[in-house]
Write a protein that binds this ligand. Structure first.
Ligand code: NDP
Length: 454
């Protein structure tokens, strides 16, 4: 029988554990940040349920079940050979096959993939579906590469990755730099090597196994989560002004859903700067530039006319808004940005990207009474619809868009309710960070306890 602990003792042991994890995983600051952010909120759970502290549960949770690193050689259009590094971190499969995206970006390293994989465990648990946590990718930079180069890279990447994935083992999806085009090339190579049509990737094209509403799911889901947080405070999105960062998959469908709910998104961005459009972002123009021409947000400002300005190197958070939806990358909203948002009267911040808000910024926003939706909960719509894609592939069926969209809405509402109720139960009402971490942790921890020390 486990001995009850008080919250202070639990917190001390969590800090010791965090220090050990930092020591065992040097030079992985993003992974340390993600672990710290979760551990910081778990003291009340460990105090209430000491059985979680005993069988090395947290130590096992912070250590991936498997980490795969491999060489990815490929030839560019001039015949030159390049060598990139590929990763797949299979973090935790207590709840189901590893599930999580592949990121192609020059900043990718093991620490970044581990932070994303660690977050994914709790996010996937929150959806209530049977999916474990994993993440992968490469330090390959797709920008400026031809279609043929992208294809050769994807084929080389999959030639190795195919040994490690499977519809019951590990089912990757897209992330930064990996969209429907890349998923197509990766899937084709898997099928060629194995001679099997299996749902081993999600985010596939519609017509060959992809789920309707998967491209929209992360952005739509985040807006639904923001709407639920506002509803809890007796408000809604109608007539609100929103700032959105990024201009990729998540940002585009965030802007689309905001418009559908009567809000007006006035910004988008990329790594060169941001656009502010007084009339609201023209979605058709943005989609044409980003999805068809693969251009930059500066092109948008040039073609949109007088209402839009491009601010090179600027930060979208300086634009006054009621709601902020960071949808680009990690640590893109810092303490100064949070102070600016608060000064300008922001009511809600909801994370479309993974860990876009620094810990200092999160504390500042929460202290100022801003409703803050952490990515683990707020951007879980993407992986949730990926799990629905797996279900459709397994049964060889394709659902109507209405069915997928209503499931997405139900799942996002359930996640909101779970986070809200869990935070209240553990004495932190309104703290969605604590609610998401604790609720995700409890589900994974219970499964791990039941399955023994493995
Ligand atoms: P995309 O590749 O479609 O778009 C990424 C956007 O973010 C681009 O506008 C890109 O600009 C910008 N960006 C990326 N890295 C940086 C950087 N280091 N500095 C500044 N801007 C940057 O990716 P997604 O929209 O799919 O992903 C965006 C975020 O959402 C990521 O954090 C991802 O992990 C998260 N997410 C995605 C899900 C999905 O379903 N796709 C699911 C859940 C979370 P540029 O082109 O200039 O690099």
């Amino acid at each position: 029988m486990a001995t009850p602990l008080d919250t202070k003792t639990s917190l001390d042991s969590l800090h010791r554990l965090r220090d050990e994890i930092v020591h065992r995983n040097p030079a992985q600051p993003e992974f340390h940040q993600a672990v710290h952010e979760v551990l910081e909120t778990l003291a009340p759970v460990l105090a209430a349920r000491p059985e979680y502290a005993e069988p090395g549960l947290l130590e096992r949770l912070a250590e991936p079940e498997r980490q795969i690193i491999f060489r990815v050689p490929w030839q560019d259009d001039k015949g030159r050979v390049h060598v990139n590094r590929g990763y797949r971190v299979e973090f935790n499969s207590a709840l189901g096959p590893y599930k999580g995206g592949l990121r192609f970006h020059p900043s990718v390293n093991l620490g970044i993939i581990k932070f994303l994989g660690f977050e994914q465990i709790f996010k996937n648990a929150l959806t209530g579906q049977g999916i474990g946590g994993g993440k992968g990718g490469s330090d390959f930079d797709p920008r400026g590469r031809s279609d043929a180069e992208i294809m050769r890279f994807c084929q080389s990447f999959m030639t190795e990755l195919q040994r490690h994935i499977g519809e019951h083992t590990d089912v990757p999806a897209g992330d930064i730099g990996v969209g429907t085009r890349e998923i197509g090339y990766l899937f084709g190579q898997y099928r060629r090597i194995t001679n099997r049509w299996e749902g081993i990737l999600t985010g596939k094209g519609q017509g060959w196994g992809g789920s309707l509403v998967r491209p929209e799911a992360t952005g739509y889901g985040n807006v639904l989560f923001a709407a639920a947080m506002l509803r809890e405070r007796g408000e809604d999105l109608e007539g609100q002004t929103a700032v959105v960062s990024g201009s990729g998959n998540v940002a585009i469908y965030t802007i689309e859903k905001l418009a559908a709910l009567g809000a007006n998104a006035v910004t988008c961005s990329d790594s060169t700067g941001y656009v502010v459009d007084e009339k609201g972002i023209d979605l058709e123009l943005l989609k044409q530039i980003k999805e068809v021409e693969r251009g930059r947000v500066s092109d948008y400002a040039e073609r949109r006319g007088a209402s839009a300005r491009f601010m090179p190197g600027g930060r979208v958070w300086e634009v006054p808004a009621d709601v902020a939806l960071p949808s680009a990358t990690q640590n893109e909203l810092n303490e100064d940005d949070a102070a600016t948002l608060v000064r300008n009267g922001v009511k809600a911040v909801s994370e479309g990207a993974n860990m876009p808000t620094t810990p200092e910024a999160v504390h500042l926003l929460q202290k100022a009474g801003v409703a803050f939706g952490p990515g683990k909960a707020a951007n879980a719509g993407g992986v949730a619809v990926s799990a629905l894609e797996m279900a459709q592939n397994a049964s060889r069926t394709a659902w109507q868009a209405e069915r997928v969209e209503s499931e997405l809405a139900r799942i996002m509402n359930d996640i909101h309710t779970t986070c809200h109720e869990t935070a209240t139960r553990y004495g932190a009402p309104g703290d969605y960070v604590a609610g998401a971490n604790i609720a995700g942790f409890e589900r994974v921890a219970d499964a791990m306890l039941a399955q023994g020390v493995i």
